[in-house]
Design a protein around this ligand. Structure first.
Ligand SMILES: [Mn+2]
Length: 434
């Protein structure tokens, strides 16, 4: 039974987490000989937390890196002697092993020292007359302080460096209560045939993947993005299938294998597909995403669109964020063709609730405008479901309205249905008009 991690990308979104949880569950059902463990590379965003809670699914464990650790390579079967056991027993225990020492245990099995081949040999060389007697002495009398100690999570590369600088060949791995739990030799470390194993979902870029990925064995890739920079040593199964979310691909594999996802997993997959496709609204959405949602909705007895609306409404809530932060955190400066400096910021929302704070936002925008020395500050409040923007303007709102060929609505804002992109739809118009 060995562990195979199932990992989405760094800065995980709901699809990266949902696909990891789902694919790990499916793989476990198909291949009970291995343990498939979904992992996360970083903190979860509020939306993913919301879905996890709703799904009653377990949060994937964090995987800080996938480099080899002591526990991945160490031998867990090895001889030990008690501190009261005769030295002779220690010598016999080392004989016939690959190790050049034997750990010496005190009471409660705690490591108190080590008898080394080198220590035994020196005794014979320096005191040949009494050497035979000393074989009967308790081990505590000949033991030394262990030269190289390691913890199970220590990197093999670092232990290897320590051993290269040491006299002995063997590191003793101890747990947090100082019990020896493994031995590692230079030979173990020099040619590791062992790699930690991982399945990548929702990404195939080395820079987006778990640190140390170049040392790992990538078992499989399941993704809906472009083919990335990941390299493998051997041929592997890799799928790059352009649907709206990786979780759609995972669900299709459940169905193809005649396996039903558990309720928590089905809910995670549902949330993930809704998230990546913005409730089937994104340009990347396909019929297959829609079919996957329909299947999951039936399985869970709920309306996917209602679930999606609730998910976006609950997690794109900016009501707790002060107006000054909202307008400042994403403001980008521009200078128009006529030399007019202006700022454009954008907040993505679901529903109209943030517009109830319009006066407060405008006040913060006026403040920011003068602080930055800009002539105009435009804040896009973009409803990702409604697919439109209410543009709040601090400065010459009439000039802004002229730029978009619309009327000013409600004093200091413009309604811009269909406008979603600052870069493509808002900044160019203002650059040309101001
Ligand atoms: Mn995705």
């Amino acid at each position: 039974m060995s562990i195979i991690y199932v990992s989405g990308h760094r800065n995980p979104d709901t699809d990266a987490i949902g696909a990891a949880i789902g694919f790990a569950e499916l793989k476990t059902a198909l291949d009970p000989d291995n343990e498939y463990v979904p992992v996360r590379l970083g903190e979860l965003n509020p939306q993913t937390r919301w879905v996890l809670e709703r799904a009653k699914a377990n949060e994937p464990v964090a995987l800080p890196h996938i480099r080899l650790r002591a526990q991945d390579l160490m031998a867990t079967e090895f001889p030990v002697v008690g501190e009261d056991d005769p030295v002779q027993g220690a010598g016999l225990a080392i004989d016939g092993t690959d190790y050049d020492l034997v750990p010496v245990l005190g009471e409660d099995g705690v490591l108190v020292g080590a008898i080394t081949i080198r220590g035994l040999a020196l005794r014979y060389v320096h005191e040949p007359q009494t050497a035979a007697e000393s074989l009967q002495a308790p081990s505590r009398e000949l033991m030394q302080t262990p030269e190289t100690l390691a913890r199970p999570d220590d990197l093999c590369s670092e232990i290897h460096d320590k051993l290269r600088a040491a006299e002995g060949d063997t590191a003793i791995v101890v747990d947090e209560s100082q019990h020896p739990i493994g031995l590692l030799t230079r030979a173990h470390l020099a040619s590791p045939a062992v790699h930690r194993r991982v399945i990548l979902v929702d990404h195939a870029e080395e820079g987006q993947s778990v640190p140390g990925i170049e040392q790992a064995e990538i078992v499989e890739i399941l993704d809906h993005h472009h083919i990335g920079s990941i390299e493998t040593r051997v041929p592997i199964k890799a799928v790059f299938d352009p649907v709206g979310s990786t979780s759609t691909l995972v669900l299709e594999r459940f169905v193809r294998n005649g396996i039903e996802p558990s309720r928590p997993t089905a809910t995670m997959l549902l949330g993930a597909i809704l998230s990546d496709t913005v409730i089937l609204n994104s340009v990347t959405t396909t019929d297959r995403d829609e079919a996957a949602l329909e299947y999951l909705g039936k399985l869970l007895g709920l309306d996917p669109r209602e679930f999606g609306a609730e998910m976006f409404e609950s997690t794109s809530d900016v009501s707790g964020i002060p107006a000054a932060d909202l307008v400042r955190r994403d403001a980008k400066p521009y200078t128009s063709g006529n030399g007019t400096p202006f700022l454009v910021a954008q907040i993505e929302v679901v529903g109209k609730s943030v517009l109830e704070r319009k006066d407060e936002l405008l006040e913060a925008m006026q403040h920011e405008r003068s602080a930055q020395g800009a002539d105009l500050f435009a804040l896009m409040v973009t409803d990702i479901l409604d697919k439109g923007t209410e543009l709040l303007v601090a400065g010459d709102v009439t000039a802004a309205a002229r730029a978009f060929g619309v009327e000013v609505s409600n004093g200091s804002s413009l309604s811009l249905p269909g406008v979603m992109s600052r870069k493509k739809q808002v900044a160019p118009k203002l650059l040309a008009a101001l």
